[in-house]
Design a protein around this ligand. Structure first.
Ligand code: PMP
Length: 398
């Protein structure tokens, strides 16, 4: 009898499972709108010019790879702080932000979750209904009980904002609230600036702990515009967590570059928090890898490369918006009677299409068009070559 004979088969990751199914599909017209990855108009994963330039400089002067400090490259952490809070902002200048390099945005969330379990062991965690699938699993695995706050309003195609506020107002003090800073995954619906103010007021009044997940900064309205929400939380005098991901904004998915920032009351507190974050890292994977962080730091800390990055990210953002419009127009042209214009009021990489599970299954099996069973489609994977096919396929199933 093996030690593992009673081990059960875990369910497949819904998104990565979809990828495997897609890879095995022999339909020559197949389109993968499942995974949250940006592809260019040729259907290729982009290698950004700013990244290539930084890598070329690094290759011209190769360096040995020693261990990094537990919290990562200092210049990288400084760049993350600058991007999230503003380099000249009061929190950064006063030294009350504790930032660590993390293995992707997922790593930032995990470090934050493990740290929170130490400081707030009995707190409940609330994630949006629905949310990125991994939020629940990640906080559950960190030992928390995970519930939801109202978010998606299927009937009115938008955010059930009254429901969201009611959920927050009903939460016990100390509850950890995971908020999507911008480009909500999976729905594509963000709340307005005025609604953020109301959320912040509720969070403050109820003594909740905000955890902002910033995985798509720059994909909504712009880098500064998307980041503005952080300034609102700072202005409210709150202490909070921000996880950062550069997977999408640098097209560096496989390098696993992200971060975690914790805004504390003062520098002394930030120093103590940082020391605890380092324990979490040390006991999980010791210290982060070198390459991705070095590339991102080189780009963000060099004015020319940074300008190039902002331009390239802007091009991705603009292309996604154009695809949203083409999708709306194409669906109409393909004969879809219902009003699909809500697709252009969504933001970021995803669209909650409103299609049912049965319709999504048909899209896959009959047309090789892959989205999740929830009806989520990655608009960032549409291009001028596959859009007509996708529109016609959708028209056949609705
Ligand atoms: N948060 C959200 C909302 C995401 O969509 C993702 C990526 N799909 C992440 C976090 C994780 O990002 P990373 O790939 O950098 O770990």
């Amino acid at each position: 009898m093996s030690l593992f004979s009673a081990v059960e088969m875990a369910p497949r990751d819904p998104i990565l499972g979809l990828n495997e199914q897609f890879a095995a599909d022999t339909n020559p017209n197949k389109v993968n709108l499942g995974v949250g990855v940006y592809f260019d108009d040729n259907g290729k994963l982009p290698l950004l010019q700013c990244v290539q330039a930084a890598e070329k400089t690094m290759m011209d002067k190769p360096t040995a790879r020693g261990y990094l400090p537990i919290d990562g490259i200092a210049a990288y952490d400084a760049a993350v702080k600058g991007l999230v809070f503003g380099a000249d902002s009061e929190p950064v200048k006063s030294g009350r932000v504790a930032t660590v390099q993390a293995i992707g945005g997922t790593g930032g969330l995990k470090i934050g979750a493990d740290f929170l379990k130490k400081v707030s062991p009995t707190a409940q965690v609330l994630i949006s209904d629905p949310s990125w699938e991994n939020h629940r699993a990640l906080f559950t695995n960190a030992g928390f009980e995970v519930g939801t706050y109202a978010y998606y309003d299927a009937e009115n195609r938008g955010v059930n904002f009254d429901g969201m506020l009611a959920s927050l107002n009903a939460a016990a003090p100390g509850t950890i609230v995971v908020l999507h800073a911008c480009c909500h995954n999976p729905t594509g619906y963000d709340i307005t600036a005025a609604q953020w103010e109301q959320v912040i007021a509720a969070v403050k009044a109820k003594g909740l702990t905000p955890f902002l997940d910033m995985a798509y900064q720059g994909f909504g309205h712009g880098i500064a515009e998307d980041g503005a929400v952080i300034g609102k939380f700072v202005a409210a005098g709150l202490n909070f967590f921000v996880s950062t991901s550069f997977s999408k904004s640098f097209s560096l998915y496989g390098e696993r570059v992200g971060g975690l920032s914790v805004l504390c009351a003062d520098k002394a507190e930030a120093d103590r928090v940082l020391s605890q974050l380092k324990i979490v890292i040390r006991t999980n994977y010791s210290n982060p890898p070198t390459h991705g962080g070095a590339v991102v730091a080189a780009v963000l800390n060099n004015p020319e490369l940074r300008a190039l990055w902002e331009k390239e990210l802007g091009e991705m953002r603009v292309r996604i918006k154009a695809m949203r419009q083409k999708l709306v127009d194409g669906l109409k042209a393909a004969g879809v009677k219902q009003d699909m214009s809500f697709i252009t009021s969504q933001i970021g990489m995803f669209s909650y299409s409103g299609l049912s599970k049965d319709q999504m299954v048909r899209l896959r099996s009959e047309f090789g068009v892959y989205g999740t069973d929830t009806g989520r489609m990655c608009v960032a994977a549409l291009n001028s070559k596959n859009i007509d096919y996708v529109c016609k396929a959708i028209a056949q199933v609705v």
